[in-house]
Ligand binder design. Structure first.
Ligand code: HEM
Ligand SMILES: O=C(O)c1ccc(C2CC2)cc1
Length: 397
């Protein structure tokens, strides 16, 4: 029967350094039981991939966090895409996929590039004037908070609410622990701000948010659904890239020889960002719920069971990757699980990759070395691999 693994995947200790526990779960088998939360868990690449690619058996409509929406009320009204199954998922997905498409990337690339390059220029000037630069507070939290809300069409004021909201949403996929309670204290004012900025009158005409309302005008979705789909942009589109970029900068600071390769060949910016996603996996875990009694790699699971997938563990599975604990920007990590897989695979990944590529390119052009000043501080979150601060010295090229 199913191997039992006695870990708490939401404890401070686990969230600070999950890698030994990931290995313990992978060694125990493709499917294990975590008694602490009464959930099945997959940590191997083969089983995480299998769960994400059988959306009829492992559904999203009962929530993609620990909470089973068949048994308890959702933290907030369900997402029409993330927490939905076909057929309703299909239409919402088609609308967002068209907006967040490679064609859109061509249209925004010049603006996103200018923002990255001018931001790095300003940081070097501030550093030359005697300031210590924090790669989180001054760079990885600043760039995504400028380019993506601008593209969505959100006003400039109070955008830090997007970081507070993302922190809350990603904590809410975990248990109602002290971490979630703390971030939920802000839930009322922040949620009010978010929902106000999903209304058409508060969105710049022609921006990504307005394009959702235009899809409603065209009858693809209803006007009642439109604000909730804009909420998906504001929920998923900022805290993810903030930490994807922050984790990539930390990996390059910790591996100066890899950063040297990037400075010598800027086309390595995209593969470097991809390898950082595999190596540090911004989104660490997601859940599914079984829609029927089923067996996965020989483990019987009753209907309505929660299955926890450890994307971060799959991304370091030695069965899938040679020398998985080595950060190697020449690796070409195709098939990693950092964006998920299957019908719910990240619909914003082209935008995420664009932001990562442009920040790393802007740094590689202007900075010959990223030196850490002191130890970076983590920002522990139930779902995200996140940083709180990273004081650095940016050695000018
Ligand atoms: C480094 C940055 C990012 C990472 C690591 C990431 C990761 C993920 C993952 C793992 C999923 C799968 C969720 C599941 O299977 O239940 C996902 C879905 C999604 N992502 Fe991303 N994401 C990132 C950036 C973005 C951006 C910039 C957007 C823009 C709005 C976005 C919007 C979404 C949406 C709407 C979904 C739900 C798709 C669906 O359920 O069909 N993400 N993302
Ligand atoms: O639709 C949403 O609200 C939504 C929230 C969070 C995500 C995570 C996976 C990036 C995706 C979608």
């Amino acid at each position: 029967d199913v191997p039992v693994v006695d870990i708490d995947p939401f404890s401070d200790a686990f969230l600070s350094d999950p890698y030994d526990a990931h290995r313990q779960m992978r060694e125990a088998g493709p499917v294990v039981w975590i008694p602490a939360y009464g959930v099945y868990a997959c940590a191997r690449h083969e089983s995480v991939h299998a769960v994400f690619n059988d959306h009829a058996t492992y559904i999203s409509g009962a929530g993609v966090g620990l909470a089973n929406f068949n048994k308890e009320a959702p933290f907030r009204p369900k997402s029409l895409i993330l927490e939905a199954d076909p057929p309703s998922h299909t239409k919402a997905r088609a609308v967002l996929a068209r907006i967040l498409s490679p064609k859109t990337v061509v249209q925004v690339r010049a603006t996103f590039t200018d923002e990255a390059e001018s931001l790095v220029d300003r940081l070097l000037a501030r550093q030359a004037a005697g300031e210590v630069i924090d790669a989180v507070k001054d760079l990885s939290e600043v760039y995504p908070l400028k380019v993506f809300p601008d593209a969505v069409g959100v006003g400039e004021a109070d955008r830090e609410n997007l970081l507070l909201y993302g922190n809350m949403i990603f904590n809410a996929f975990g248990p109602r622990n002290e971490r979630l309670q703390k971030s939920a204290e802000l839930v009322q004012p922040v949620t009010a701000w978010i929902m106000a900025h999903c209304q058409r009158e508060n969105l710049r005409p022609g921006g990504f948010g307005d394009l959702i309302y235009q899809a409603a005008d065209a009858g693809e979705i209803t006007h009642e659904e439109a604000p909730l789909l804009v909420r998906s942009f504001l929920s998923a589109g900022v805290d993810t890239t903030v930490n994807g970029i922050g984790n990539a900068i930390l990996c390059l600071a910790n591996h100066p020889e890899q950063y040297d390769s990037l400075c010598a060949d800027h086309t390595l910016a995209r593969p470097a960002f991809e390898e950082a996603l595999r190596f540090e996996s911004t989104v660490q875990t997601f859940f599914r719920t079984t829609s029927k009694d089923t067996a996965l790699f020989g483990v019987q699971m009753p209907k309505d069971s929660k299955v926890m997938t450890f994307l971060a563990a799959a991304n370091r599975d030695e069965r899938q990757w040679p020398d998985p604990d080595r950060f190697d920007i020449q690796r070409r990590p195709a098939g990693h699980m950092a964006f998920g897989s299957g019908i719910h695979g990240c619909v914003g990944q082209v935008i995420a990759r664009l932001e990562g590529e442009l920040v790393l390119t802007a740094l590689a052009k202007r900075v010959s070395r990223i030196e850490l000043i002191g130890a970076p501080q983590r920002r522990l979150n139930n779902t995200l691999r996140a940083l709180g601060s990273m004081p650095v010295r940016l050695i000018p090229a």
